[in-house]
Design a protein around this ligand. Structure first.
Ligand SMILES: CO[C@H]1[C@H](O)[C@@H](O)[C@H](O)O[C@@H]1C(=O)O
Length: 683
């Protein structure tokens, strides 16, 4: 098993009794219409049950006996059932299992839920499931380039073969569609937000159309990331000013043209005036001017405009933490209803642990979408085992107190806090052309977890891990439990040997691989490490209280209270908000310096424990996957040591304090670690 079938490998259920228990419900599949989506659902059931039960199952038009699975689209289902268009019900009636929804896509989602029930060993005897997605647009953002590379991709080159399309349509697109549909993902933006105008040419629209045609029956809409300067680069206009009538006409025409290829086009995703990308500010206009121009072009159609809030200027005296908020806050209420503003989970940039972005809860008149990063740019890329569901949930479950207690980030995102009519959760994809799609075999679990949480953010990290392990790795309970334990501990372990106590942004410059806490000079001050950790002879951390940047003031008073006092701030967030003296005693009873060292050292020890646990599971795991993970855990251990030694040695030069007992000295000198990291900068 090379992992190419992801969590849909449908391996035979080993326990014969269990297989038999499903026999009374799997005698036939009834599907009345020949709608393509329903056909796909029926075929998925056939493939799945063939694999899981080793049983060939026929499809019929109408059920004449009991003991089958009936796929049922009920467009007029009473609204009292409280199920949204994409939601489904699964129940038993007259000895049949009914999967029912108002839409074909809903039936497909229900079908995957039934298969998941069997894959994870649940009983079908008294099924009664109703499920509706909590978020409307559940989307992958690909940072894939036209030349086949992937920005921050760690699983090979792009999965989109632009040089082959539209003539050759890679069969992997179908696998991709199945995988996404199985977790409820219903949208995908196919190209990098650092966007090439090429994607708006007729040549590329034909290619994108071919992809959209594959994804459509799986309920997935295609979006395109656009370059704001396209009216100039493609249209030959003198400007891309969003208030210029010719520019507006260009976008209107382009949007119409796109719809000739893709009638159900999802819409535009835009990174503007961020990290050198063009945008409305180039012409003295606002983000709202830019977004609303595109929304107007989209007016005749169902599509939308997703405008990113990831913006920051290079102000050495400012605080990047406050930038997105500062630029967007005056525009709350100014955006067209077709616009969703997509905000990264934290205010800086996908750091391993960030406080939630202060925009969440502060924009009652704007629809805010969530942007998570599934690809592990700062989280071990393809060599560290890091399960991200707990990190996603930590953000979603945090209370913004925007409308009193219980105003969680999740409620901002699912639209319930401000009664938003649309909602969005996006994840930067980690897919590539690697056989197993995601590089590290465990990285697949982050794609899976993202989709499951976008559908239902109340699912627990434990449940999602358990599902994924059973569907992907093993059905043996004790093994499952051990792997689940590894996964649930993995994010805290990673944070421990990289960014403990609320430190951030100390990675190697530009490639973002490995530690570089000493980085003090870069093209921009806020691309260095010293800007963030602010280590000096007194202490460590960025003071964001009223004394210095006062970024804390962007949060509601309850949140300020929770994080604003260094004696009460949870240690995991401490150095995000406070410059703490090295000698200050923390709640653990240790000084800041001692606590920092203990965490760096413990992280490395824990990676050793992950290795030991994995080794003990050898007999139960597919040999190829076993060796693959084993090798990567070795790399993880080596790199955890780099991080530990780099940070402890570097910060030690500031604190001038000895390592607490019983920690043994680092394996290298600071210069030796620096040399290791410098290799990655050699040309
Ligand atoms: C697409 O650019 C990325 C950039 O590679 C990445 O290092 C940074 O984290 O975020 C940017 C963004 O989100 O726009």
């Amino acid at each position: 098993d090379d992992g190419s079938q992801l969590w849909l490998n449908y391996d035979l259920i080993k326990d014969a009794k269990q297989r038999e228990s499903y026999a009374p419900f799997t005698k036939f599949i009834a599907v009345a219409s020949d709608n393509q989506t329903l056909k796909i659902a029926a075929e998925e059931l056939q493939t799945g049950l063939q694999g899981l039960l080793g049983k060939k199952i026929a499809t019929v038009k109408t059920a004449t006996a009991s003991g089958g699975i009936i796929l049922n689209v009920n467009k007029n289902a009473p609204s009292s059932t409280n199920i949204s268009n994409e939601g489904y019900e699964i129940y038993t009636e007259k000895g049949n299992i009914i999967i029912s929804s108002k839409t074909e896509a809903g039936v497909l989602y229900g079908t995957f839920e039934l298969l998941r029930a069997i894959q994870t060993g649940r009983s079908l005897a008294k099924l009664s499931i109703t499920s509706s997605p909590k978020v409307k647009i559940r989307m992958l953002n690909h940072w894939d380039n036209a030349n086949g590379t992937v920005e921050r991709g760690y699983a090979g080159s792009s999965m989109w073969k632009w040089n082959e399309l539209p003539h050759r349509v890679d069969p992997r697109y179908v696998m991709y569609a199945r995988a996404n549909a199985s977790i409820g993902i219903n949208a995908t933006s196919i190209n990098n937000v650092n966007a090439s105008s090429r994607f708006l040419t007729a040549e590329y629209l034909e290619k994108i159309k071919a992809v959209a045609d594959v994804l459509r029956p799986y309920g997935i809409k295609v979006f395109i990331s656009v370059n704001f300067r396209s009216p100039r680069t493609l249209g030959g206009l003198k400007t891309s000013d969003p208030l210029d009538p010719e520019v507006r006409k260009w976008w209107n025409d382009k949007t119409k043209e796109i719809h000739q290829y893709i009638p159900d086009f999802g819409g535009y995703l835009v990174k503007a005036n961020s990290e050198g990308e063009p945008g409305p500010q180039d012409y003295g206009r606002t983000h709202a001017d830019g977004a609303n121009m595109l929304a107007e072009a989209m007016r005749p159609f169902s599509g939308i405009v997703i405008w990113r809030a990831f913006v920051y200027n290079a102000d050495p005296n400012g605080d990047r933490f406050k930038e997105g908020y500062a630029q967007f806050k005056p525009l709350d209420g100014a955006f067209d209803p077709k616009v969703i503003v997509q905000v990264k989970n934290g205010p800086i940039d996908f750091m391993p642990r960030e406080p939630f972005h202060p925009m969440f809860g502060a924009f009652p008149k704007t629809t805010l979408g969530m942007e998570f990063q599934i690809t592990q740019e700062y989280l071990g890329q393809s060599t560290h085992l890091t399960y991200l569901a707990p990190m996603f949930k930590e953000c979603l479950d945090t209370d913004t107190y925007a409308k009193g207690q219980g105003s969680t980030v999740a409620k901002v995102i699912d639209g319930s806090l401000y009664n938003a009519s649309n909602s969005l959760m996006a994840g930067v994809a980690n897919t590539g052309s690697d056989d197993n799609w995601c590089g590290h075999p465990f990285n697949q679990s982050n794609w899976y977890a993202f989709g499951r949480l976008a559908w239902d953010h109340t699912l627990s990290s434990e449940q999602i891990a358990s599902e994924w392990i059973r569907m992907t790795l093993t059905q043996t309970k004790p093994t499952e439990q051990k792997i689940s334990d590894m996964m649930l501990k993995s994010h805290p372990i990673y944070v421990s040997y990289t960014y403990p106590l609320g430190t951030s942004h100390m990675m190697g410059e530009s490639h973002h691989y490995g530690p570089e806490p000493w980085l003090a000079k870069s093209a921009r001050p806020d691309w260095t490490s010293v800007y963030y950790h602010r280590a000096d002879s007194i202490g460590l951390g960025f003071d964001r209280t009223g004394k210095v940047s006062n970024a804390l003031q962007l949060y509601s008073p309850e949140v300020q209270k929770k994080w604003g006092n260094p004696d009460q701030c949870p240690l995991d967030y401490l150095l995000w908000f406070h410059h703490v003296p090295w000698t200050k005693k923390l709640s653990t009873g240790r000084s800041l310096w001692d606590e920092l060292c203990v965490r760096y050292y413990d992280g490395v020890v824990q990676v050793g424990n992950l290795q030991k646990t994995w080794e003990s599971l050898k007999a139960d795991i597919d040999p190829e996957i076993f060796e693959n993970v084993k090798g990567r855990l070795k790399i993880q251990e080596k790199e955890a040591l780099w991080w530990r030694d780099a940070c402890v040695l570097y910060f030690g030069e500031h604190s001038k304090m000895p390592l607490p007992k019983p920690l043994t000295p680092p394996q290298r000198t600071l210069n030796e670690v620096k040399k290791l990291v410098e290799i990655y900068h050699l040309r």
